[in-house]
Design a protein around this ligand. Structure first.
Ligand code: FAD
Length: 510
């Protein structure tokens, strides 16, 4: 391969649009080898779960097809990443390796070692921003410390961050005449052996084209009403872009720019919808900011006092939660939507997470693991943030003592029961009055709807008032223990570990 040849390592930037690493490689003028290395062991205990692997399989296929339209193809290898790239450099004679920067701390630190190793072999390396609107370490308080509360982070973000203009995709990608060998996608065994993915296939179109369609549809049909509709799970009021964003199939910079254009000169009601949406995109930035500065949070609570919370084991209840058989219709609808489609509405994620950690007192870590395996959008920053928020132990979290009542949440956000009827068909014809509390319905109403509690649909596995009292007692016990040992809430995670020290030393653009 000519001396300008470059390898582009695709990871969570599975798109051609606004992909700075790909653009820079093409600009060198020599052949470009787009490459994907499957190296789940490098993600430690957070390797992609089953639903995310299904997504990845299809997204790689879509990327390969788009590259093919521009004269190239995706070269697939197995990890470790460093060995795979060194092998590909040797085979192709490439002189450079480019990639989009990871915004997850452990991966980002590993990338520094990767760059060092390749450079030691005389290979030029460059990394580019692209997953977020701002580098996770770039927004800080005046004293240089990280934010732990969203509103001031949001204000500083809006005042300081200027998302650059997105770049167009390259028209052609010069691929080497002698194509490097590639594994077939199937060889990575990303798909499950027993096919349970029909619901995922029906719900999603992984890949850049699917992302662009979803984004355009959302802008045209739902963005203006997002502020009111985003909390109603029974309607298509949100963008459902989370898996596309996670895999980098859409540029958040392009979304930011499109949103700003649509807002310009818009009437107040429309502007409110766009503003509310943009705010959610900044929650995503905030979740990454928190993960970056507190890299132990996927496993440990940010508020250290919660390390001694007396979580319950409750395997039977936990399984009822996983299977959508708790007897609380809004909780069961959410868990079944997740199982069937690999996704759940945000409002319902908050309700089911609260139910697990407060009503059942099962640890947030167990909930996060279940989501990790079942969500197509499973994302270390957002999932960790969401679970710690729900458990009351994270940044800007809902206080543990504030306990969602699932019946009232259902009545408020799914008043006619449209969402429950869809996902819990055994309650489909129960009148709206009883749909969120079938245990209160008179025998005639249940009989007319064909519901027999305990047989066709479970009776509640815990009683709300008793569960609430139990959760508050557990919180009091935790606080008492903390006072006795002096390990109060709101503290840091103690002495920095190796990764935390490393991140503190890393330049934001390393
Ligand atoms: C317990 C729990 C676990 C979660 N796990 C994940 C996860 O693994 N992956 C994930 O992407 N999101 C997670 N979320 C956040 C949120 O529920 C999803 O991002 C959202 O439901 C995705 O749907 P959407 O694309 O239609 O969102 P929209 O409402 O259309 O929002 C647009 C985008 O903004 C971002 N966003 C929206 N809300 C949040 C939020 N609260 N925190 C961070 N980013 C947000 C997402 O990237 C989303 O795609 C979790 C929330 C909770 C409460």
């Amino acid at each position: 391969m000519e001396s300008q040849g470059a390898i582009v390592l695709f990871r969570r930037d599975l798109r051609l649009d606004d992909n700075a690493a790909l653009g820079a490689a093409c600009a060198r003028g020599g052949p470009v080898v787009p490459c994907f290395v499957w190296s789940p062991e490098e993600d430690g205990s957070w390797a992609p779960g089953a639903a995310a692997r299904w997504w990845l399989h299809h997204s790689l296929g879509a990327l390969d097809a788009s590259l093919g339209e521009r004269g190239a193809r995706l070269v697939i290898r197995r990890g470790p990443t460093r060995e795979a790239l060194e092998g590909l450099v040797e085979e192709t004679g490439a002189r450079a390796v480019y990639w989009s920067r990871s915004c997850e701390p452990a991966r980002a630190a590993a990338d520094v070692d990767l760059a060092d190793a390749l450079r030691a072999g005389g290979i030029e390396t460059r990394s580019f921003a692209g997953a977020l609107l701002a580098e996770p370490a770039s927004v800080r308080k005046k004293d240089g410390s990280p934010y732990r509360v969203f509103t001031p982070f949001f204000r500083t973000f809006l005042a300081r961050v200027r998302a650059g203009a997105p770049a167009r995709p390259p028209r052609e990608i010069p691929f080497p005449a002698a194509a490097p060998e590639s594994l077939r996608r199937e060889a990575l065994e990303l798909l499950p052996r027993v096919d349970w993915t029909a619901g995922l296939r029906a719900a999603w179109t992984p890949g850049e084209a699917g992302a662009a369609t979803a984004w355009k549809r959302f802008l045209a049909r739902a963005a203006d009403k997002y502020a009111q509709a985003r909390d109603v799970p029974g309607i298509a009021g949100t963008s459902r872009l989370s898996p596309h964003l996670h895999f980098g199939e859409i540029s958040v910079r392009r979304m930011w720019r499109d949103a700003a254009r649509r807002r310009k000169g818009a009437p107040a009601a429309r502007a409110a919808g766009i503003d509310a949406y943009v705010r959610q995109l900044v929650w995503r930035e905030f979740a990454h900011h928190v993960l970056w500065h507190f890299p132990r949070t996927p496993d440990d609570p940010l508020q250290i006092a919660f390390a001694r919370f007396p979580w319950a084991s409750a395997p039977a209840e936990r399984e009822a939660w996983q299977r959508g058989r708790t007897g609380y219709p809004i909780v069961d609808a959410g868990m079944r939507e997740l199982w069937a489609t690999g996704w759940m509405h945000n409002r319902v994620r908050m309700i089911v997470a609260s139910f697990l950690v407060k009503h059942l007192r099962v640890s947030w870590q167990e909930g996060a693991r279940w989501f990790w395996d079942t969500l197509v959008d499973a994302d270390l920053a957002n999932n960790t943030f969401g679970w710690q928020w729900a458990a009351g132990c994270g940044a800007d979290a809902a206080p543990y003592f504030r306990i969602f009542n699932p019946e009232l949440q259902g009545r408020k956000f799914d008043p006619e029961g449209a969402y429950v009827r869809r996902w819990v068909p055994e309650l489909a014809v129960l009148p709206a009055r009883w749909i969120h509390a079938p245990w209160r319905a008179p025998a005639e109403a249940l009989c007319a709807a064909g519901v027999e509690l305990g047989r066709t649909y479970p009776a509640p596995i815990v009683e709300h008032a008793a569960a609430r009292a139990g959760a508050l007692a557990a919180l009091a016990a935790m606080r008492k223990g903390s006072r006795q040992t002096g390990s109060g809430g709101g503290g840091s995670n103690g002495t920095p570990n190796a990764l935390e020290r490393r991140l503190a030393e890393m330049r934001p653009d390393s």
